[in-house]
Design a protein around this ligand. Structure first.
Ligand code: DX5
Ligand code: ZN
Length: 244
């Protein structure tokens, strides 16, 4: 089994001020909005700018109506930036067959949508057996009861605040109540399970999203379409810390 320590090191290195019981807040730029012709440079640029995690969106033109990148590109980025923690978000079906490939490609987290696999518990176990951190992703209309028998087995819950498939969509406000409800469930477990949000996260709404309970913030267009990655990430952290 592969040893995965990127997240552990990040947790201690980024011990910034947080609410009691909350994990350090992480900013995860989504490379979906990066310049794909210069992907390695873009990853280095956001890491230099202070990103904690690289969010890697995998789409299959079947589970979602778009097609992106797979394990080969993940391997290339892992070789290019071996210190980067890779947050692989699978929007594909089936899930299980590709898990080993992404583990070998250097994934730190592997998250999937429960509707995209036949046996959710088995997929979670499979990710863990391959030395990665499992995450479950809930779409805007997906109920929280997917977490009833899975939450304690997870390292991450990802709440979609847009329908998956494309960057640059507006934040769906009902995600705030959902984040607050999942925050309560995670806190009740007492386990260091991350609560991530994905879709429409911007400088202007990140404080409200943080107040709802998210600790891990995916942002694609907000970062890659900004002129200054460092300034945007810094502003996001400041807004989270200020709460407004
Ligand atoms: C959408 C993807 C997101 C996307 C977010 O299906 O899962 O990660 O890149 O993009 P923004 O931040 O532009 O909404
Ligand atoms: Zn994503």
């Amino acid at each position: 089994m592969l040893e995965r320590t990127e997240g552990d090191r990040l947790d201690s290195a980024r011990a910034v001020a947080t609410l009691p019981g909350m994990l350090p807040r992480w900013i995860a730029p989504s490379i979906l909005s990066a310049d794909f012709a210069r992907l390695g440079e873009e990853v280095n640029a956001v890491l230099d700018a202070g990103a904690d995690l690289i969010h890697f969106d995998v789409m299959d033109n079947h589970y979602v109506p778009n097609l992106t990148v797979g394990p080969m590109v993940c391997t290339a980025l892992h070789r290019h930036a071996p210190h980067a923690a890779l947050d692989v978000h699978l929007m594909i079906t089936p899930v299980d067959r590709i898990v080993a490939d992404f583990a070998a490609a250097g994934a730190t987290y592997i998250s999937f949508h429960p509707e995209a696999t036949e046996h959710v518990d088995r997929s979670i176990e499979l990710i863990r057996e391959h030395g990665c951190r499992p995450g479950l992703v809930l779409n805007p209309a997906s109920p929280l009861n997917w977490l009833d028998y899975t939450l304690e087995k997870l390292d991450l819950v990802l709440i979609m605040s847009v329908n998956p498939g494309f960057g640059g969509q507006p934040f769906i406000p009902s995600a705030l109540d959902k984040l607050a409800a999942v925050r309560q469930r995670i806190d009740a477990t007492g386990k260091p399970i991350r609560l991530e949000v994905d879709g429409g996260v911007k400088v202007d709404n990140i404080a409200e999203i943080a107040r709802a309970g998210a600790d891990t913030f995916v942002a694609g267009s907000a970062i890659f379409e900004s002129g200054d990655y460092r300034a945007t990430i810094r502003e996001m952290r400041e807004r989270i810390a200020r709460g407004v």
